[in-house]
Design a protein around this ligand. Structure first.
Ligand code: S3P
Length: 169
């Protein structure tokens, strides 16, 4: 695992690409601690992400997210799974890239639609913005932030983990 020796392994990507589950499995495989930015934000604020969005607004969520990213980027040898919007902030991207190896979990729009169709936990998908529009608007940000891309469409989380482990050799 030369590419991550002493560094963090950072998972980025759109909602529904499996960052949390793949992150957990990768952490097990690598014998590392796994941290999830949404989970930390939820713990810190004492409420789920959708409630933070509805009661405090997206800008507040993004400020806590930025604080959490800055803290985690100062630590080493973690597996960090991030929220899908983390790449929207340039400083987040710089910090995450400095702290580790960045893997972009991607999926095609059909797979994303399938995985997210009944989701009620993601505030950005609850009203207004179309999934396709949001995905396309973010593509360049994921691309610019990533060291490597892994397509997760039609793959099990374990198959994705195997692929990531290969890339880390
Ligand atoms: C968001 C993705 C979510 C969560 C919040 C905002 C986004 O995380 O951080 O709802 O802007 O794409 P997941 O990617 O884990 O769903």
């Amino acid at each position: 695992m030369k590419r991550i020796a002493g560094k963090n392994l950072v998972l980025i990507g759109f909602m529904g690409t499996g960052k949390t589950e793949v992150g957990r499995l990768l952490a097990d495989a690598l014998n590392r601690k796994m941290v999830d930015t949404d989970r930390l934000i939820t713990q810190r604020e004492g409420m789920p992400v959708r409630e933070i969005f509805s009661s405090r607004g997206e800008a507040f969520f993004r400020s806590v997210e930025k604080q959490v990213v800055a803290e985690l980027a100062g630590l080493r040898s973690l597996v960090i799974s991030t929220g899908g919007g983390v790449v929207l902030d340039r400083e987040n991207v710089v910090r995450l890239r400095e702290s580790g190896f960045v893997v972009w979990l991607d999926a095609d729009l059909d797979a994303l639609r399938r995985r997210l169709q009944d989701d009620v936990t993601r505030p950005l998908l609850q009203g207004g913005v179309e999934l396709d529009t949001l995905y396309r608007a973010r593509l360049a940000d994921y691309q610019a932030a990533a060291d490597v891309r892994v397509d997760t469409s039609d793959k099990s989380p374990l198959a994705v983990v195997e692929e990531v482990l290969q890339l880390l050799q």
